[in-house]
Design a protein around this ligand. Structure first.
Ligand SMILES: Cc1cc2nc3c(=O)[nH]c(=O)nc-3n(C[C@H](O)[C@H](O)[C@H](O)COP(=O)(O)O)c2cc1C
Length: 210
């Protein structure tokens, strides 16, 4: 199975009420050799492309390759890697984190990407699409809510989760029973657009005082 998500960005043809499309950074949180994450990413980006008023930017922790040792004086190579990701996070109005569950939590490379940043997250919504074995990644999501509260975000109530994810998709990455998952993605994206638009307007009218 391909371990690279197919597309990196898309723009929905319709934006809400003539406003600029909401910029949604979709963060793929797994970098494991042979990972399933790109299947979930491609599925989600397909749903997002059909949702009015948003444009997506896929940020893959495997491509970002951020160092695990955080430093306030990164060398030139580390700084270049960092800025490539930081600018895209800063440009986003909202985030959707795609996370598997590893040992009842979220993957280390996802936490590395989170910890390298601070202001980029602030006063923006974060939603979650999770996958895993029997848990569907739900424990990873609940732990991520605590992490993102520290970073002055609003986490979106509804999630999409895939239990025993590998069995839910065919070899082409198509969901075998797409209806309920598509409906869950729509609910999540509606909430992302509501929070993302409200907080974008709020940040414009008054800088967030963290
Ligand atoms: C190190 C490791 C720990 C895991 N722990 C859990 C777990 O605690 N709960 C669960 O439901 N699935 C668990 N799984 C299954 C993964 O969530 C599942 O294989 C998922 O596809 C991993 O995402 P990835 O393929 O994108 O890396 C674990 C997998 C790995 C590799």
């Amino acid at each position: 199975m391909d371990t690279t998500a197919a597309s990196t960005s898309s723009t929905s043809p319709i934006s809400s009420a003539g406003a600029a499309p909401l910029k949604v950074a979709v963060i793929l949180g797994s970098n494991r050799d042979g990972r399933f994450g790109p299947v979930v990413a491609d599925w989600f980006l397909g749903r997002a492309a059909r949702h009015p008023g948003i444009e997506t930017d896929l940020i893959d922790v495997a491509e970002a390759g951020l160092p695990t040792a955080i430093t306030f004086s990164p060398g030139p190579e580390e700084a270049a890697r960092l800025v490539a990701v930081s600018e895209r996070l800063a440009a986003a109005d909202a985030f959707v984190v795609l996370t598997p569950e590893y040992n009842h939590s979220f993957p280390a490379p996802l936490k590395t990407l989170i910890d390298w940043h601070s202001a980029e997250w602030q006063a923006k919504p974060v939603a979650f699409v999770s996958y895993g074995g029997i848990s569907g990644g739900l424990r990873a999501v609940e732990q991520l809510r605590q992490v993102f509260a520290e970073l002055h975000t609003v986490t979106v109530r509804d999630t999409v989760s895939f239990h025993n994810a590998g069995a839910l998709f065919d070899d082409e990455g198509r969901h075998r029973d797409p209806g309920p998952a598509d409906a869950a993605a729509k609910v999540l994206l509606d909430q992302v657009v509501w929070w993302g638009t409200a907080l974008r307007d709020a940040r414009k009218s008054r800088p967030y005082g963290a």
